[in-house]
Ligand binder design. Structure first.
Ligand SMILES: *Cc1c(COP(=O)(O)O)cnc(C)c1O
Length: 361
């Protein structure tokens, strides 16, 4: 018998499936499956990226002081309590590694982001799934699921793949009601798409048990470069810093992220365009008889009569060169998640879905 076996939990991990980006035999495809910014990163970020070619022989900063200072300035936060990682995925991994393990429980919600469960299992902890109410995070259900073994509670706000949000007072009530050994993690991957929303930073400031995670992969258009960050109580950030590799981010990542972050006009432009095109897309889908929830992010969740119709629609969209995301793995078999693309992408996908629906009648 083979005695070389991984740690308990590892083999329970179903590998993460990324958004598809190709259709065999088709060249002119539009990818609306990974919530990427259709306009790409700011020109200033592209220039910063290119400039780093001159310093590739140098080791990068270990303390990320400049990027943390920029985050502090732009978001009005204490840079000493910021930690930067290889995407916010790495911050999620650090949290599970540092605070969860065999015998402890990590709560995520029914339609919650896949990485919470994956990171919990990777750390040897037990993921606990809590029901949502009509695709919205249910604070009472989470509080009812807490035990003396609960160490982490992950929610994304706005959430992926639903696009729904809970208001600040509900997040505060959740933090207030957690058992004393538990941390609330507010994943703010889509926070920038909500006008005036701080992603939960205010709650981090007033409490000792809340951590916020953020990313450069969505509104900043840098998903390919892998940069994210977290903000939390000094003690927690100090713990996470102990397990962070000293050179986890390259100079290219750090300098490109900083330039992207400082280009606040471009970020605002992307936010405005997303809001405008999302409203248009939702109205077009609804007019075609496809209901959606109110989305606060850069995607919409289109709901169909049943799983068969959702799959048939996905197949039809693929035949038209349009890639959206099936979300059956998120317990939403009747739905498709569609990223808000640029104007022509929105028109193409809305037109194709309307045609699909006409054919179905
Ligand atoms: C896209 C996304 C992230 C971002 O992950 P990165 O590792 O920063 O690219 C985090 N959380 C949620 C809910 C997301 O949808």
């Amino acid at each position: 018998m083979n005695q070389i076996t991984p740690q308990p939990g590892i083999l329970e991990i179903a590998p993460y499936v990324g958004g598809q980006s190709r259709i065999a035999g088709m060249s002119d495809v539009i990818k609306l499956s990974s919530n990427e910014n259709p306009f790409g990163p700011s020109e200033k970020a592209r220039l910063a990226f290119t400039r780093t070619v001159h310093s590739l022989h140098r080791y990068p900063s270990t303390d990320h002081a400049e990027l943390r200072a920029a985050i502090g300035e732009v978001h009005g936060l204490d840079p000493a309590r910021v930690i930067c990682g290889v995407g916010s995925d790495e911050i999620i991994t650090f949290l599970c590694q540092a605070y969860a393990g065999p015998g402890s429980e990590v709560i995520h919600t029914e339609h919650g982001f896949a990485m919470y469960r994956i990171s919990a299992l990777a750390a040897g902890a037990t993921p606990v799934e809590v029901p949502e109410r009509e695709r919205v995070v249910d604070v009472d259900a989470i509080l009812a699921a807490c035990t003396e073994r609960t160490r982490l509670v992950f929610i994304a706000n706005p959430a992926n793949p639903t696009g729904t949000m809970i208001p600040a007072d509900q997040a505060a009530r959740l933090a207030e009601g957690l058992p004393p050994q538990a941390i609330l993690v507010l994943d703010g991957a889509y926070a920038e798409f909500v006008n005036g929303f701080d992603g939960g930073a205010g709650l981090v400031e007033t409490r000792q048990n809340v951590v916020m995670t953020r990313t450069f992969s969505k509104i900043y258009g840098l998903g390919g470069l892998r940069i994210g960050w977290g903000y939390g109580p000094a003690e927690v950030i100090g713990v996470l810093d102990r397990i962070r590799g000293p050179f986890n981010l390259s100079t290219t990542q750090l300098e490109t992220a900083e330039a992207a972050l400082r280009d606040v006009d471009y970020t605002r432009h992307c936010q405005t365009e997303n809001g405008r095109l999302r409203t248009w897309l939702v109205e077009a889908l609804n007019a075609a008889g496809v209901p959606t929830d109110v989305s606060f992010a850069n995607f919409v969740l289109a709901r169909f009569a049943d799983a068969a119709e959702a799959q048939a629609c996905d197949g039809f969209l693929k035949s038209q060169g349009l890639i959206v995301r099936q979300v059956a793995g998120y317990k939403l078999p009747n739905a498709l998640r569609i990223t808000v693309g640029d104007e022509s992408a929105c028109r193409r996908v809305a037109h194709a879905i309307a045609r699909f629906r006409e054919g179905a009648r």
